[in-house]
Design a protein around this ligand. Structure first.
Ligand SMILES: Nc1nc2c(ncn2[C@@H]2O[C@H](COP(=O)(O)OP(=O)(O)OP(=O)(O)O)[C@@H](O)[C@H]2O)c(=O)[nH]1
Length: 347
């Protein structure tokens, strides 16, 4: 049960799909029963299909963690259902259109929602204009419906658009390091926890590198904090481009980075460390000359938790620093190795 609430707490869109599903279930089921008992089988069946599809979409989102396609499915089902109900019940069915506006803006992105809602509105009006149709009692009523539903859709769009942007900005603030745009410490903790779980459950291999700039204080002291910041950004960019797409880079704080590498063993980790050490020494420069990093690494094995794993890499980093910097040390492999690139301005 705790996991259930935890997932809902951390996945906003999933909680919205669940809530819309619950509302649709509670709100539509009595109508479905009522219409079936009343003998209006078309609307009864449409309502029942809506409820069944809603429950199916909720299950789909819950099992796969994908909220986009179930959301789109719900938007299509709700839109078609509302058109059919409006066509069959006339004014009494039209009221559901206002609920549709809200539901659509909750379950799909604003632009998709405005398309689905507009198509449903056009479909209702086209059906209403057919000879003998009973959707609207007069043209005046139809115009009132178009104007009021358009205004409601417009405000829902503005509200949903702004809300989505603010959520994205909040998410960026909460997960990324503002200077380098790499993952921040909180994101790293989450990813390491997931890596540990995958290693335990499926035996998936992971390696972790801890990278620390050498003598970074000198850059700050001699050339100012701004130059120091530029060096940090340049190192982060290089580490991103020199590592694999599946690797994840985080800034732990200050001049320390962590790289999480899936599907590598100890030897692969050593090769990656050597490659990154060399790449930084060769390609990143501060106003005072080449920049170098020291790296400590540890493959995921029997560590009790991610803190122990990180600590193991940190100890190796400490040894790489003490061996003279611009080098790397991988836990379980012999002694620290120095990168042989000739660089001036270090040590
Ligand atoms: N420009 C800038 N400097 C930072 C930032 N965060 C931490 N620092 C600086 O990073 C420096 C870290 O210095 P130290 O911990 O002594 O490390 P170091 O000089 O790299 O020495 P070694 O790691 O032993 O090679 C300090 O001067 C901090 O002020 C930041 O966001 N921007």
């Amino acid at each position: 049960m705790a996991e259930f609430w935890n997932r809902l707490k951390h996945d906003f869109q999933l909680s919205i799909v669940m809530l819309v599903g619950l509302c649709a279930f509670i709100g539509i089921t009595p109508y479905a029963i009522y219409r079936l008992l009343e003998g209006n089988y078309l609307v009864g069946i449409v309502d029942s299909v809506l409820v069944i599809c809603t429950l199916g979409a909720v299950r789909w989102a819950w099992v796969t963690g994908d909220t986009i396609r179930p959301g789109q499915f719900l938007a299509v089902i709700f839109s078609v259902g509302t058109v059919m109900v409006a066509n069959n019940l006339g004014v009494n069915g039209l009221f559901w259109f206002y609920t549709l506006i809200l539901f659509n803006f909750f379950v799909v992105p604003p632009r998709q929602s405005i398309v689905a809602t507009s198509l449903a509105l056009v479909a209702i009006c086209v059906l209403g204009l057919q000879p003998g149709a009973q959707v609207f009692e007069s043209y005046y009523q139809m115009m009132s419906f178009i104007v009021t539903s358009s205004i409601a859709s417009f405000f829902a769009f503005v509200f949903a658009f702004r809300g989505r942007r603010q959520r994205e900005q909040l998410n960026t603030l909460a997960t990324l390091d503002p200077l380098t745009s790499t993952g921040n410490r909180r994101t790293m903790e989450r990813e390491l926890t997931i890596a540990m779980a995958e290693h335990r459950r499926y035996g998936k291999e992971y390696g972790l590198l801890m990278l620390d700039l050498d003598h970074f204080k000198r850059v700050n002291d001699l050339y100012g904090h701004k130059a120091g910041d530029q060096v940090l950004v340049a190192v982060a960019d290089l580490l991103e481009s020199a590592s694999r797409e599946s690797d994840r880079l985080f800034r732990l704080g200050g001049e320390e980075f962590v790289l999480l590498l899936p599907l590598v063993d100890m030897l692969g980790l050593e090769r990656a460390a050597q490659h990154l050490c060399t790449a930084v020494a060769e390609q990143v420069r501060s106003p005072g000359g080449p920049v170098t990093v020291s790296i400590g690494g540890a493959a995921l094995g029997r560590q009790e938790n991610w803190q122990a794993w990180l600590h193991e890499a940190d100890e190796c980093l400490y040894r790489a620093k003490h061996a003279g910097r611009n080098g790397y040390m991988i836990s379980g492999l012999d002694s620290p190795a120095r990168v042989l690139t000739v660089v001036s301005g270090t040590d």
